[in-house]
Design a protein around this ligand. Structure first.
Ligand SMILES: N[C@@H](CCC(=O)N[C@@H](CS)C(=O)NCC(=O)O)C(=O)O
Length: 205
């Protein structure tokens, strides 16, 4: 398998899942501006959506959409470990959380990456993001270590990656202390540290 990624982007989440599952894989960086891969290939030719993550399977087929990729990996290569079995209420909750991250929290952060935002639009985007972060903070109020409960699942790397964008946006996670503690907890995992090193986001220990 080959994961197309950009350092620190949402593709870091499936990258972490590949390592959690101990799977063999290659990485190929994509320049998101030029849409060229590190080997000089046209990324859009293999993924017309033009964004990361994309996972090329050993048979050549390319999977896109982070939430689909991480669920595919968990179901195929670690059934019942990083995602509850399909058809259970727990799995439906996990899918709901993945969807919330993808369509609500990720996109709320995404608005702030737009350099053309007026200060008024930025204020509105920050308020919107704050409401989504409040929802996530509330999810941890029962003392659970991970978003789905006691066990680490595929939703956790995605939340970790989105939260890692906060400092770049001038957002202080101290306002959401349970989310800050979650980030620190997940950041100590070997899979996370190895993925961040491989993407050049962290120096090797
Ligand atoms: N719906 C996609 C969105 C992926 C996405 O937003 N990727 C960003 C990086 S975090 C990207 O590649 N942006 C470049 C672009 O859209 O051209 C998913 O959830 O996988």
């Amino acid at each position: 398998m080959k994961l197309f990624y950009a350092p620190g982007a949402c593709s870091l989440a499936p990258h972490i899942v590949l390592r959690e599952l101990g799977l063999p894989f290659e990485l190929e960086a994509v320049d998101l501006k030029t849409k060229k891969t590190a080997s000089g290939a046209d990324f859009v030719a293999s993924n017309p959506k033009g964004y990361v993550p994309a996972l090329q399977l050993d048979g050549g087929e390319v999977l896109t959409e982070g939430v689909a990729i991480v669920q595919y990996l968990a179901d195929k290569h670690g059934p019942g470990t990083l995602a509850p079995n399909a058809g259970t209420v727990e799995r439906a909750r996990l899918t709901a959380d993945l969807n919330f991250l993808s369509s609500e929290l990720h996109k709320a952060f995404g608005q702030l990456f737009n350099p053309a935002l007026t200060s008024e639009a930025r204020e509105a985007a920050l308020a919107n993001l704050g409401r989504k972060l409040d929802v996530m903070e509330q999810a941890f109020s029962d003392g659970r270590p991970y978003l789905a409960g006691p066990d680490f699942t595929v939703v956790d790397p995605y939340l970790f990656v989105i939260l890692s964008w906060a400092p770049m946006m001038g957002i202080d996670l101290a306002c959401w202390p349970l989310l800050g503690a979650f980030s620190e907890r997940v950041g100590t995992r070997a899979s996370v540290q190895a993925s961040m090193e491989a993407e050049g986001l962290r120096k090797a220990a």
